[in-house]
Design a protein around this ligand. Sequence first.
Ligand code: HEC
Length: 148
Amino acid sequence: MRLVLAPILGLTLFITLPALAEEPPKKADPHAHAHGGPESPYTLKEVMQALALAEQQIQVGLLTNNRLMVAEGAKAIAHHPRPKGGIEPYVKKPHDKLAETIQEMDKRVHGSAVSMFKSAKTASMLELQKLNDEMIRGCIQCHDLFRD
Ligand code: HEC
């Protein structure tokens, strides 16, 4: 098991650490979002691939009762960097309320990620899995609307 997890963990850290370095400036609102912060140099694809890896870290954490992995994955998702130029320029599908809807989807994912991070030390794995389900639903809702 350890042999299988080591490369995943190594790769996860390799990819998520730069994302964590992109911490937004502290704001009064505890739910203040990285998107209010400065833009990163990363493309939307890079940000999304890092989100997917953070999600894998959460899933391995849930399956192995590893609260640290759940917390780290949730934190990486909650503080993901803002893509270079914002999301809008990458979206090819027409949508009449693009900016508004993107913000709403993103908030949903962010809210669940923050709750997961906050309860990672105490909630049961089943409760954490519920939050994970909610979060992934947010990811997929956005993809359903905006991905080709
Ligand atoms: C605000 C909308 C939005 C949310 C929320 C969102 N995504 Fe995405 N995602 C996109 C769009 C748009 C693309 C297509 C990007 C492209 O092809 O340039 C994408 C693409 C992806 C890809 C494919 C990247 C590739 O290599 O082509 C993955 C993986 C992904 N998202 C994971 C996630 C995960 C995991 C979450 C939730 C934690 C998430 N996304 C939440 C909009 C979103």
